[in-house]
Structure formats: structure tokens, C-alpha cells
Design a protein around this ligand. Structure first.
Ligand code: ADP
Ligand code: MG
Length: 564
């Protein structure tokens, strides 16, 4: 248990410098503040009860340290806190609260009852406040811990009460909140009771993967890949994330837990989103939980009074490292055929490998990826080519089992990365034997015109010669089967496509056209060459369009399938 200071009112010169603002604006924010207090009191078990979405009743009970009788009234005074006593304390802050504003703000707009007892006293206290005024404060029995009951929220702020949505919406919001706390505090046993019925319970088993199983179910949890711990300066990041095997239609399942608190951090979320983009089907989003441990001095959580939007002083560095790790993990994860054992036996009982419909996950079982099987350069170089199959797949054997490699996609990946490298170094392209004149649609011509110098870097030499006509003299150097001229119209149209990511798209298209086709016989040496070159790429498991290119049949998988 964190040793606790007595509660004291912060002097004005401190309280004035802490971001203030409306903290209590709806039942969910009451729940959040009461949960924070219970966690700061080192509770192991917290029970949250709501009636009518919290408008009638919110009750949060904990088994934490409780409050000494002499401090009970003080706890409801503005800027009264046991968590900081100077601004310097903010630099080493490890508690969720520190403003001393929650209890008085709640008490001002509701009827509040607190029953609490600390370790040092035989009996506890019950205090009742209404509209901020103490109604009673008497001795009462309780085990160590605190229960806060909030009734008739906003009874004296009719405007606010009127504009709150119905109970169901608020209950959903509180459900989401409690699940976020579960991810942030895997050792806590949280239960949520809505209108008398248990709606959610976390097991408190203590590790992040068990907390994820509590929130998303064990089937989802078993499909996530561990990442980290990454050390970035004095920041540590670890987590679990889904690959293509498990996606959701909405963006809101990337969870950041920063120093124990669910948080949003725009820079990090944007980096995660764009790191994922090449690996997920269009319109699908990942499930991921990242837990960051940041030195309090490098974390600015004073941005917003509700404390959810944070900034890191080394945000860019952390974002870049995170993006690289995601790229490494997903780009090196081969696909596996669905494995009975992986999906159906979870948490000690057999389950159908079916998503819970409410969560709308999409399983693509063929995309099962397994931690520890990443395709490192060495593992790829050590593969022994056995033969070609259907003139399209390379069959190879390695220490970890059998691998099927799609020759076309492997070659695409190799060419794509070469083109990108050349683009970064501004390598000039190959001159066409005869320059080609092409006519584009007006909007395409407009977009292309703006990108001519970017295209130059990639190896295109292209100029506008009036109207919608462009003259192409050179194109990036790729090993083409047919003459390049056949493809130029298509490529320029790709280059003129609106929106972000056009470069990657263009290079992927170019790579696709240049890559060895399927249904083409290959010599053993060609296959060996291909795998060797693939080993040098940054994402050998995924083609530039995001599709898998290596399937792995592990020894364990074969053993299970044959029942050896
Ligand atoms: P803050 O959490 O910012 O300090 P609050 O108004 O939320 O301010 O709470 C005031 C004080 O009351 C806290 O600093 C803490 O000492 C005490 N307190 C509130 N809730 C609890 C609880 N559940 N268990 C123990 N102490 C609590
Ligand atoms: Mg608090």
C-alpha cells in the first residue's frame, strides 16, 4: 500500500496552477472519479453499482485504505487532497487524482453518502451531504474501505439532467470505462452491476493478457501477439496486438494505458494507425493494447481536467519506435493454417472459434499468426528449397517446419522495397527507347502536375507539355518482362490518384507488374535467390498490398494434425 499523507487543503498558489474545469458532467464522470479514488486507496476489489444509468444511484465500494474519522469532512472540501502538497509533487505523481476537486464537485450536484473506515480505527464514519452541505456525520460500522453512494445526480441542475441521454447509453459508457480500467489494472477485481444485474466482472488475475481475456474474451485474447517490452529512453512499452487475423470495423479498440490510466495521445495513436495501414484490409481496424510506463516528469497530464488527453515530452521518439516495432512484428509474421488447438481450447474449456457477435470481430483463421515464429533474416536465409509447387509456390524446409512461399508476392515485396530505397536516394530511372505522350483527365492532370518532382525522385521523368498531355522519358528501373510502354498509362493514372499513400500505391503497382507471375516454372537457383533477397526486406511475410506471402506449417502443427 502506498503510504498516505493526511488530507489537507492545497494553498491557493498551487490550486490555481492546476488545470481546472468542469469535471463532473455526467454519471460516467462520477464513476471515473470514484474509481480513481478507490485505486489510489490501493483497493484490490471494487464494486460499481448503477441504477438508471447512474441518474438514480451510483455506488462504488472498495476495500482500500479508508479515511481517518478526523479527515472525513475535509475530504469534501475544495482542493483538499492527500496526494500532493506542492507543485514539485506533480513531477513524481503516481496517483490518478491530485486536484482535490472530485468529491466536493460531486457533492455539490447530488446527495452523497460516504461510509469509510481506515486501518487505525475500530469504527468508521458515515457522512451525508446534500447540495454540498453536510447533513450528518456520525460513527458507523464498516470493514476497512470506503463506499460512496451518489443519489439523484444533478437534482439541483435541471438543465444538465434534462440533456443527459437515457440510462442505457450511460450504462454502455460506464461499461466501456470499467473495461478500460480492467486493462489498466489487471490485478483489480472489478464488478459492474447495472440495475441489479451483474454486467461485467474482471478476474484480477494480474497480467495484461488475462485482463484482455476478461474484456474481449479468451478467443480474441489468444489471437493477439505480444509486443515489447521496448525501452525508449526511460519509457517502457509493452502490449498485445492483433494482426490480420482479428480486426474490427471501428477505430476505438486501440487502447493506450499510460502509467495505469486509459489515455488518448494523438501523436501515438496516429503513428499506430499508420503503422498498421499496410497490414489490414481496407476499412478494418486492429485490437491492440499498449501499456506505457513513462517517467512522470516526461508526461504532461495536466492538459485536460478529465486527464484523458496526455502529451509525452518524447512523443515523436516513442511513436517512431512503436511504429517500427509494429512493422517488424506484423511484417515478419507468417500465416498459419487454422489450428484446432489454437482457437477452440481456451481458458480450460472448449469453445467454438466464433466471434462474439456483439463485438463484431472478424476472424480470418487462415491469418493466425503465432508469437515467436517471426521470420528473421537468418531463419529465412537458412531455408532449404525443396521444390516448386503448381509453378506458383516455393516449398522450403527450415528448422521450424515447412514453408510455402508465394513466388509472385515475394518478388513484389523485393522489388517494392528496392524501388522505395531508390526513391529515397533519388536514383534515376531508365530512359525509354522512345518517349511516350499520354493524355490524362483534367483532374488527374492537375494532381499529377503537383507531383512531378516527387515522381522525379522515384525515377520517373515526366513533364507537362500543354493541356492534359504529359511526356514520359524515363521510368523507375525494374526488371520488366514486357516493354514498359504497355504499363505507362496505368502507372501515371495511379500516380494521379488523389489522397494519401499514393506513392506506396504506385510503387506497389509497379512492383506487381514487374514481379514474376504465378504459373511460371523456376529453377532451384532462382528460388534460392528469391528467398535470399526476401530475407533482406523489412516485411518478408506480407506483400506490398498487405496480403500474406508465406504460410508456415510448424512441427507442432503437423504433430497435432496427425495426432502423433
Ligand atoms: P483527489 O483524489 O484529487 O485527492 P478527491 O476529491 O477525489 O481528490 O478526494 C479527496 C481525498 O479524499 C483524497 O485525496 C483521498 O485522501 C480521500 N479519498 C477519496 N476517496 C477515497 C477512497 N475511496 N478511499 C480512501 N480515501 C479516499
Ligand atoms: Mg480523486
Amino acid at each position: 500500500m502506498i503510504p498516505r499523507r493526511p488530507i489537507a487543503v492545497l494553498p491557493p498558489e498551487i490550486s490555481q496552477r492546476i488545470a481546472a474545469g468542469e469535471v463532473i458532467d455526467r454519471p460516467a464522470s462520477v464513476v471515473r472519479e470514484l474509481l480513481d479514488n478507490a485505486i489510489d486507496a490501493s483497493a484490490a476489489e471494487i464494486r460499481i453499482e448503477l441504477r438508471e444509468g447512474g441518474l438514480e444511484l451510483i455506488r462504488v465500494g472498495d476495500d482500500g485504505c479508508g479515511i481517518a474519522p478526523a479527515e472525513v469532512e475535509l475530504a469534501f472540501r475544495h482542493h483538499a487532497t492527500s496526494k500532493i502538497s506542492s507543485l514539485d509533487d506533480l513531477l513524481t505523481l503516481r496517483t490518478l487524482g491530485f486536484r482535490g476537486e472530485a468529491l466536493p464537485s460531486i457533492a455539490a450536484v447530488a446527495e452523497v453518502e460516504m461510509l469509510t473506515r481506515d486501518e487505525a480505527h475500530d469504527s468508521g464514519m458515515r457522512i451525508v451531504l446534500r447540495g454540498g452541505e453536510v447533513v450528518t456525520c456520525t460513527r458507523a460500522a464498516r470493514q476497512r474501505g470506503t463506499t460512496v453512494t451518489v443519489r439523484h445526480l444533478f437534482y439541483n441542475v435541471p438543465a444538465r439532467r434534462k440533456f443527459l441521454p437515457g440510462g442505457r447509453g450511460e450504462s454502455l459508457l460506464v461499461g466501456q470505462l470499467v473495461r478500460r480500467y480492467t486493462l489498466g489494472h489487471p490485478s483489480l477485481r472489478l464488478s459492474l452491476i447495472l440495475d441489479g444485474r451483474l454486467s461485467f466482472r474482471s478476474s484480477g488475475r494480474g497480467s495484461l493478457d488475462t485482463a484482455i481475456a476478461d474484456v474481449y474474451g479468451s478467443t480474441v485474447a489468444s489471437c493477439l501477439l505480444p509486443i515489447g517490452p521496448l525501452k525508449i529512453g526511460s519509457t517502457t512499452v509493452r502490449g498485445f496486438l492483433s494482426g490480420r487475423a482479428m480486426t474490427r470495423p471501428g477505430r476505438d479498440h486501440v487502447t493506450l494505458i499510460i502509467n495505469g490510466r486509459w489515455a488518448t495521445c494523438r501523436g501515438l495513436l496516429a503513428a499506430i494507425e499508420s503503422a498498421y495501414r499496410p497490414y489490414l484490409p481496407r476499412g478494418r481496424h486492429p485490437i491492440a493494447v499498449f501499456v506505457l510506463d513513462v517517467p512522470p516528469s516526461e508526461l504532461d497530464q495536466n492538459v485536460h481536467p478529465a486527464k484523458t488527453e496526455v502529451r509525452l515530452t518524447r512523443e515523436q521518439e516513442v511513436a517512431a519506435a512503436l511504429a517500427r516495432a509494429i512493422h517488424d512484428l506484423l511484417g515478419r509474421a507468417p500465416v498459419h493454417p487454422p489450428d484446432i488447438d489454437d482457437l477452440s481450447y481456451a481458458g480450460g474449456q472448449y469453445r467454438l472459434p466464433m466471434p462474439r457477435r456483439r463485438l463484431a470481430e472478424r476472424f480470418e483463421t487462415g491469418w493466425r499468426v503465432t508469437p515467436g515464429d517471426e521470420l528473421t533474416p537468418d531463419r529465412l536465409r537458412d531455408l532449404h528449397v525443396l521444390t516448386q509447387i503448381h509453378e506458383s509456390l516455393i516449398l522450403a524446409e527450415g528448422e521450424r517446419g515447412i514453408f510455402l512461399i508465394d513466388q509472385h508476392r515475394a518478388h513484389e515485396r523485393i522489388i517494392y522495397e528496392r524501388l522505395r530505397r531508390n526513391g529515397e536516394h533519388g536514383v534515376s530511372g531508365q530512359a525509354l527507347l522512345e518517349p511516350v505522350v499520354l493524355e490524362l483527365k483534367p483532374h488527374q492532370a492537375r494532381v499529377l502536375e503537383e507531383r512531378l518532382s516527387n515522381l522525379e525522385e522515384l525515377g520517373f521523368s515526366c513533364q507537362r507539355i500543354g493541356g492534359r498531355d504529359f511526356l514520359v522519358r524515363a521510368v523507375p528501373l525494374v526488371p520488366l518482362q514486357e516493354s514498359m510502354a504497355v504499363h505507362i498509362q496505368f502507372l501515371l493514372e495511379e500516380a494521379a490518384r488523389e489522397g494519401e499513400g499514393w506513392r506506396e500505391q504506385l510503387l506497389a503497382s509497379l512492383a506487381c507488374r514487374a514481379a514474376i507471375r504465378r504459373n511460371r516454372p523456376l529453377e532451384r537457383s532462382e528460388m534460392e535467390h528469391l528467398i535470399h533477397d526476401l530475407a533482406e526486406t523489412s516485411a518478408p511475410a506480407i506483400c506490398p498490398h498487405g496480403s500474406p506471402l508465406i504460410m508456415h506449417l510448424s512441427r507442432g502443427f503437423l504433430q497435432r494434425q496427425f495426432d502423433w
